[in-house]
Ligand binder design. Structure first.
Ligand SMILES: Nc1ncnc2c1ncn2[C@@H]1O[C@H](COP(=O)(O)OP(=O)(O)OP(=O)(O)O)[C@@H](O)[C@H]1O
Length: 278
């Protein structure tokens, strides 16, 4: 592990066991301050558990996670009171957070075009998310974690929420951890990746480095695969497609090698994890 300076959060040997078994085990990674990190993994991989551990809502069974920044957490169910008006919800935010920046939270709500007098229950999914985001940001966090914030939003609302979030991050230098199943939402926005499967870290690091360390190889079916570095391989009657670790794989005879996109890289690791679990 490198020095703590510039590190937003760092996990070592982190594990959480519920009554039914381990949800997360032997988890180690480090996230630099100011990074925008995609947290991905199949259902039940441990993403929410990890975010809840970082937020301090649950305690680790083993290991530790060190958090060096002031955290806000936007949970999957976006806890907002349906009968409250937006203004009442903002006041509730103020009463629950001693270092609340009310002017800032109200400004974010106004920028989102959400009327302060509207009841939460009458808002669209996108508007509700913007209010929940404004309340999370009203604490002026240095690190914000969002658990599938875009899940129930249409593409336009997803785009708007994402833009609002990234504008905040760019303006403040805030670290962002964003869990999502929609890989295309993450492709253009995230500079770090944390991929979990079966309660373990499968891939972690700067996106640029991870992409540079992998190649997609395509070649005729039956060609000898560079076995030691294969993450995932698929074959049709004519063609084999392999995701291989290390750029050295590009030298393998007969294969055409290109750097994967983030979506291709992530899908290959998710497929590989599913294959192992099956
Ligand atoms: N409070 C809890 N009590 C018992 N088991 C739990 C609890 N929370 C999560 N689990 C279990 O821990 C494992 C990891 O769950 P978690 O919700 O962290 O996964 P996830 O990656 O966020 O999944 P999803 O993508 O479906 O939201 C699952 O097997 C889940 O059933």
């Amino acid at each position: 592990m490198s020095t703590e300076a510039g590190v937003a959060l760092a996990a070592t040997g982190l594990g959480k066991r519920y009554r039914r078994g381990w949800a997360l085990r032997d988890c180690a990674f480090e996230l630099p301050m100011g990074s925008i990190c995609a947290l991905v993994g199949p259902n039940g991989a441990g993403k929410s558990t990890l975010l809840r551990l970082v937020a301090g809502l649950i305690t680790p069974t083993e290991g530790e996670v060190r958090v060096n920044q002031k955290v806000a957490f936007l949970a999957q169910d976006k806890p907002l009171y349906r009968r409250f008006t937006v203004a009442e919800m903002l006041r509730a935010g103020a009463s629950m957070n001693p270092d609340w920046d009310g002017t800032y939270a109200s400004q974010l709500v106004k920028e989102a075009g959400v009327p302060l007098g509207a009841r939460i229950g009458t808002l669209s999914g996108g508007q509700r998310t913007r209010v929940a985001l404004a309340i999370a940001l009203g604490r002026r966090p240095e690190l914000i974690m969002l658990d599938e914030p875009l899940a129930d939003l249409d593409p336009l609302a997803r785009d708007e929420v994402m833009r609002a979030l990234l504008a905040e991050a760019a303006g403040t230098g805030m670290t962002v951890v964003l869990s999502s199943h929609v890989l295309t939402d993450l492709e253009e926005t995230c500079d770090h990746l944390l991929l979990l499967a079966d309660g373990g870290v499968r891939l972690a690091g700067p996106v640029e480095d991870l992409l540079a360390q992998h190649r997609i190889l395509t070649g005729p079916a039956g060609l000898a695969v560079p076995a030691e570095s294969v993450v995932d391989s698929r074959t049709t009657a004519r063609q084999a497609t392999v995701l291989a670790r290390t750029a050295a794989a590009s030298a393998s005879a007969g294969w055409e090698a290109v750097q994967p996109t983030l979506e291709e890289l992530t899908l290959a690791y998710l497929r590989a994890a599913k294959g192992k679990a099956a």
